[in-house]
Write a protein that binds this ligand. Structure first.
Ligand code: BJW
Ligand code: ZN
Length: 248
């Protein structure tokens, strides 16, 4: 692992800051072995673009295809564990009085790692609900030839995630907007920042005067607006940052 040094002003700011909001994306789970959303897909799913599968139109056109894609991803998520980046965010939550973790990830790894104050903006892949009446399903028959149906109304079951063109869970979005509005420091970690409205949170935080810190393997459209940009893996940079700020 590289030996990272962090600017003194950032270390000193993080020591005294009381309001920090962190937005995470698929890059944070990459080191747990999950593909990022915009990475090329594997195996059976190589021929599809994820953007073309994550929509109500795609589900209406071919519900079985979409159900199978999510069933495959649910299996992939079951076998993975949080990585050092997730655990570093747990350490940060313990040290910052008003810490809020806003995630676009549907994999549940932040809660598994131990973060408490988590807003899941795009839902959770392990939950399944009816596409007609919204009733949650506790169990369903995965091995069926057809998409499993709702016990209440017979509607098709679907993952409880937010697809393109759908609105985000209202309470989670409102709390995220408020966190971006009042925070002193905003972290954007492992997200390409191409999906609205999540990506506008960092810009809102920047516009209200928060210090914006980005950690990403690549530069993004947010990078020019950040106060600090650290290029690399969040599973390496976040633990080093925690050490530099609080382990002295
Ligand atoms: C690492 C790393 C390591 C890798 N360490 N870093 C035109 C203009 C503006 C907006 C729109 C528009 N047309 C339509 C819209 C709205 C649309 C939108 O934003 N579209 C854009 C793509 C153009 N948004 C919506 O529809 C949203 N709803 C909405 O706006 O409602 C109001 C409305 C309704 C109707 C009409 C219009 C408005 C809903 C968005 C829902 C997104 N859902 C998904 C799928 C969830 C379920 C699933 O997982 O299948 O959420 S899409 C997908 O993208 C997923 C992710 O959460 C989200 C963000 O992706 P993320 O996390 O950033 O991943 P990647 O892969 O893009 O990036 C990974 C990053 O990690 C990269 O930068 C790497 O470099 C980095 N990295 N390894 C650190 N180890
Ligand atoms: Zn139903």
């Amino acid at each position: 692992m590289r030996n990272l040094t962090f600017p003194h002003e950032l270390v000193s700011l993080l020591k005294r800051t009381s309001k920090l909001a962190a937005l995470t994306g698929a890059g944070v789970s990459q080191e747990s072995g999950l593909r990022t959303f915009r990475d090329a897909q594997d195996g059976l799913w190589k021929q599809y673009k994820p953007e073309d599968l994550a929509s109500p139109e795609a589900f209406a056109r071919d519900p079985k295809l979409i159900w199978d894609w999510y069933a495959w991803r649910r299996e992939a998520v079951k076998g993975v564990r949080p990585n050092p980046g997730h655990y570093a965010l747990v350490e940060i939550e313990k040290r910052i009085p008003e810490f809020i973790l806003i995630t676009q990830n549907v994999d549940g790894l932040h809660r598994m790692a131990g973060n408490k104050n988590v807003l899941e903006l795009h839902g959770n892949i392990q939950r399944v609900r009816c596409s007609d009446c919204d009733t949650f399903a506790e169990t369903w028959d995965e091995g069926n030839e057809e998409v499993p149906k709702c016990e209440e109304c017979g509607g098709l079951l679907r993952p409880d995630v937010v697809w393109f063109g759908e609105t985000l869970p209202r309470n989670q979005l409102e709390a995220s907007v408020e966190a971006a509005r009042i925070c002193d420091v905003f972290f954007s970690i492992g997200t390409s920042g191409v999906v609205q409205p999540a990506s506008s949170l960092a810009h809102a935080a920047h516009n209200q005067g928060a210090v914006v810190v980005e950690i990403n393997a690549e530069q993004t459209t947010l990078t020019p607006k950040t106060d600090y940009f650290f290029q690399g893996k969040s599973g390496e940079i976040l633990p080093e940052l925690v050490k530099a700020v609080w382990d002295h």
